[in-house]
Design a protein around this ligand. Structure first.
Ligand code: ADP
Ligand code: MG
Length: 480
């Protein structure tokens, strides 16, 4: 009966912690901060949401994580109920509330084999499951990603069409492995998941598995600890279509690379399909064994690029349509015009707009759009730190962050150090002294000198100017 004694606020705070660890800061802030816990009775947690729209959005997008967290915090059988503030059309009256149950019931089927969702469920070892049937392996795919809602443009044409062919004949095309690479938020995960989902429709007997490299690595580390190394390999070797997301994260993980190499070879030799994504082309992936890298290049590598204006409009229109809302052309064009880095940020802007409009009960017009976008840009500016800038610059030049803080006077290091100082001055509010101290205790005159040198080189050196532009983009993309 301990859970009965648990206070609703306490329970909700525990849930919030899980959300914070598993959602982007923006989603968390937009959708979870405005929620108030009301009561916890008989394992039913009632939460108050500011509008019907909020309720629907949460039901549509976050109900799984809500339910899982609730079960973890309150215990099995925990239920969720919403208390929705309803706008009263009679002006002057206080809004009233209605209680609504969650529309989705607990979908856990007894037969499905779940891979561990590290943070939420605590299945110690997913591999030894007596009588496990191959077809019961949970693919870990999200059904919302499909080809229909993946908008085609110049930016992704090759990747999309190759992906589509693979979905018809997995393992039987020349595109094996199939590697999709490109910057963050450009649709790699969406596309590989769409391929996985389509294969499940076209080939019901094929076992598809989607896994993120980080999760794969953690599972392997766990397996080594628990002496279940062989179970780990056996599990992966039964898969017909293995989708591994963000393989650049294998960098410096020698042991995981080795095991992945072994699994890769087994699957490939047996005509199984392998699909990979990376944030850069295989030739630029650092600190991954050459034998593995050369295999990444065996099949087809296709990139996804930043969508052009027309494609951004199409993506927004599609999203708006599927959410069942309407927005004026003016607003759509304003968003598409002002956010040109990646698709994730486009979606983020749209979601913030919806949330703002719902919270303040305002129409979405150009003014609101301008206001929301200003906040987005402001948030971004606030979040950039000197550490972050150092990381982006050092990644770009492929050097260790420690070296820019060291005394080294090697030319390329000095240059990276000066560029990082220049951006620190440009993007943060830190004082020159403070910036200097982040670079191994240098004084303010060194920082001034660095900024001058960078400015001079931008004016005179084309390659240098290109590098600075590129770095600036990377610093900005990652902070929205
Ligand atoms: P990545 O894995 O490359 O970082 P994601 O696949 O997570 O990017 O995409 C970020 C968001 O943008 C997702 O919500 C995805 O659905 C959306 N998205 C990206 N590209 C497209 C596209 N071409 N059409 C529709 N939505 C897209
Ligand atoms: Mg991704």
């Amino acid at each position: 009966m301990t859970e009965e004694l648990q206070n609703h606020e306490e329970a909700w705070n525990k849930c919030l912690k899980i959300f914070r660890d598993n959602l982007t800061p923006q989603s968390f802030k937009t959708w979870f901060e405005p929620i108030t816990p009301i009561k916890l009775e008989n394992k039913v947690l009632t939460i108050q949401v500011p509008s019907q729209f909020f309720y629907e959005w949460i039901e549509e997008h976050y109900v799984d994580i809500l339910q899982k967290s609730l079960r973890k915090v309150v215990g099995p059988g925990a239920k969720l109920e919403y208390n929705v503030i309803v706008e009263n059309s009679n002006a002057g009256k206080i809004p009233y509330t209605v209680n609504l149950p969650t529309s989705k019931q607990n979908k856990n089927t007894a037969n499905e084999v779940n891979m561990p969702l590290e943070v939420i469920t605590e299945i110690k070892n997913p591999f030894i499951i007596p009588g496990i049937k191959r077809l019961n392996i949970n693919s870990q795919l999200q059904s919302r990603y499909n080809f229909d809602n993946f908008i085609e443009g110049e930016c992704n044409r090759l990747a999309r069409s190759a992906g589509f062919s693979i979905a018809q004949q997995p393992g039987e095309t020349a595109f094996n492995p199939f590697m999709i690479f490109g910057g963050t938020g450009l649709g790699k995960t969406h596309l590989v998941q769409a391929i996985g989902n389509q294969i499940k429709i076209n080939h019901k007997n094929k076992v598809v598995l989607y896994i993120q490299t980080g999760k794969f690595t953690n599972q392997y580390v766990e397996a080594c600890k628990n002496n279940t190394h062989n179970d780990f390999i056996n599990f992966y070797q039964q898969i017909d279509v293995l989708i591994v997301d963000d393989v650049h994260e294998l960098s410096k993980k020698e042991k995981t690379q080795e095991i992945f190499f072994q699994i890769f070879n087994h699957l490939h030799q047996n005509g199984k399909q392998i699909i990979l994504t990376s944030d850069r082309p295989p030739k630029d992936i650092k600190d991954v064994d050459e034998r593995l890298l050369s295999r990444f290049k065996w099949g087809l590598s296709a990139d996804v690029e930043t969508p052009d204006f027309e494609t951004r409009i199409k993506i927004l229109e599609n999203k708006i349509y599927s959410e069942g809302i309407t927005l004026s052309k003016e607003v759509v064009e304003y968003i598409a015009h002002n956010l040109d880095n990646n698709v994730r940020e486009l979606e983020g802007a749209l979601i913030s707009l919806l949330a703002q409009s719902s919270l303040n009960r305002k129409e979405i017009d150009l003014d609101l759009a301008k206001q929301v976008m200003k906040n987005l840009v402001k948030n971004a500016a606030r979040e950039i730190s000197i550490d972050f800038i150092q990381k982006v610059v050092c990644d770009y030049y492929n050097i260790e962050v420690d070296t820019v803080k060291s005394k080294t006077r090697k030319r390329e290091i000095v240059q990276a150090r000066q560029i990082a100082m220049y951006f620190a001055k440009d993007f943060t509010k830190a004082s020159l002294k403070n910036i200097g101290s982040h670079f191994g205790g240098r004084d303010h005159s060194t920082v001034i000198h660095a900024c001058q040198t960078v400015n001079d080189l931008i004016d005179t050196d084309k390659k240098f100017r290109y590098d600075v532009d590129e770095l600036q983009k990377r610093i900005k993309i990652n902070t929205i």
